[in-house]
Design a protein around this ligand. Structure first.
Ligand SMILES: Cc1cc2nc3c(=O)[nH]c(=O)nc-3n(C[C@H](O)[C@H](O)[C@H](O)COP(=O)(O)OP(=O)(O)OC[C@H]3O[C@@H](n4cnc5c(N)ncnc54)[C@H](O)[C@@H]3O)c2cc1C
Length: 317
């Protein structure tokens, strides 16, 4: 049987739980459906997160789930496989064949980081293989750092990482990713450039002591930064025509300043629409979307009452 809600939130990470908190407190019947794989699950601690500095990412979500439950929000484990929307409402289907309908849909499903197939790299992701110096740079300050350049965009990351350590080596397999002038610019601040592919990461467990390059050389390195290829987790939206924005990090569902997509009943927040958002930014975007969705439903409630139509639901009865 279909379940009917005011709002369905797909994705129960930082953005989704923040949206749900606002919606629950606004007395909207809200369900969060979450597949349970937040992007930062590989890291033991979160940083750059005022008020929760150093917290285990799992603890934040645990707290968030219990906070939204206080306001009557239901959090349900599951994966949404398909979503549809028309002028009157939205409908989602789950992998277990359950079908839910609602007046509004909030998409907060984040993204997936695709990493190159280098021996020993995947298991160190979020530990000694890092992507964001603001998140983990302080912890490896002044250490022997490496940047694996997989596209010209990685130059920005290499320049950033230099802020945390003067002992920095950039590895470039593809000549096209680093022109001579840019290599000179990096060298001007003491950055070494090795024009070879990294083929293996070395060290015990998830720690790092060095990298092996294609020629067999070993370079001593304590932590490596790499820009993963980012893919938004939005395949379940394929049946809905939504405007997308092309960014240097790929195509992402486009939203306005309040997080509304080009469909009037669908909003999005966090990494699924903004790959650069960290945890506090995702919480902020989710919070704004929660309020924006409630405001839109309030308008709709008044429109209906004003036109003499019955209320969608008397949420406060
Ligand atoms: C290794 C690593 C370390 C990081 N460290 C930090 C840090 O220290 N500080 C910081 O601020 N940021 C950090 N980040 C960034 C942080 O992970 C993101 O900013 C944050 O997770 C974005 O929140 P979100 O809610 O948009 O997405 P997520 O947190 O990724 O949540 C999305 C949720 O949606 C679920 N989902 C996906 N598809 C579906 C579906 N079809 N149906 C149902 N559910 C679905 C997922 O399983 C997941 O639970 C780090 C990122 C990485 C990769």
């Amino acid at each position: 049987m279909d379940e009917n809600w005011d709002v369905i939130v797909v994705g129960g990470g930082a953005a989704g739980l923040a949206a749900a908190l606002m919606l629950g407190r606004a007395r909207r019947s809200t369900v969060v459906i979450d597949a349970g794989s937040p992007r930062n699950r590989f890291a033991a601690h979160m940083h750059g997160t005022l008020g929760m500095e150093g917290l285990d990412p799992a603890d934040l979500l645990h707290r968030g789930r219990s906070e939204v439950a206080t306001y009557g929000v239901t959090v349900r484990s599951g994966t949404v496989t398909q979503a549809d929307a028309d002028a009157d409402g939205v409908r989602v289907e789950l992998a277990d064949s359950a079908v839910l309908t609602a007046r509004a849909l909030v998409v907060t499903t984040g993204l997936v980081d695709e990493l190159p197939a280098v021996e020993g790299l995947q298991r160190r992701w979020g530990r000694s293989v890092l992507h964001c110096p603001y998140c983990h740079g302080w912890e490896v300050r002044d250490a022997r750092l490496g940047v694996i350049l997989t596209s010209p965009l990685g130059v920005h990351q290499a320049q950033l990482v230099r802020q945390w350590s003067s002992d920095l080596t950039v590895f470039v397999a593809d000549e096209q990713n680093l022109d001579a002038r840019t290599a000179e610019r990096l060298a001007s601040r003491g950055v070494r450039v090795v024009r070879e592919a990294v083929v293996a990461l070395l060290g015990e467990g998830d720690g790092l002591t060095g990298v092996r390059t294609a020629s067999g050389d070993i370079v001593d390195i304590d932590a490596v930064f790499i820009a993963a290829t980012t893919r938004p987790s939005d395949a379940f939206l394929a049946g809905i025509e939504l405007r997308r924005a092309t960014t240097p990090m790929g195509e992402f569902v486009e939203v306005d300043a309040t997080g509304r997509t080009s469909h009037p009943r669908i909003w999005a927040a966090g990494n699924v629409t903004n790959p650069g958002a960290n945890v506090p930014m995702s919480i902020g975007a989710g919070t704004l979307v929660g309020a924006a969705v409630n405001a839109a439903l309030v308008e709709e409630d008044f429109d209906a009452a004003d036109a003499g139509r019955p209320d969608f639901r008397d949420a406060v009865s």
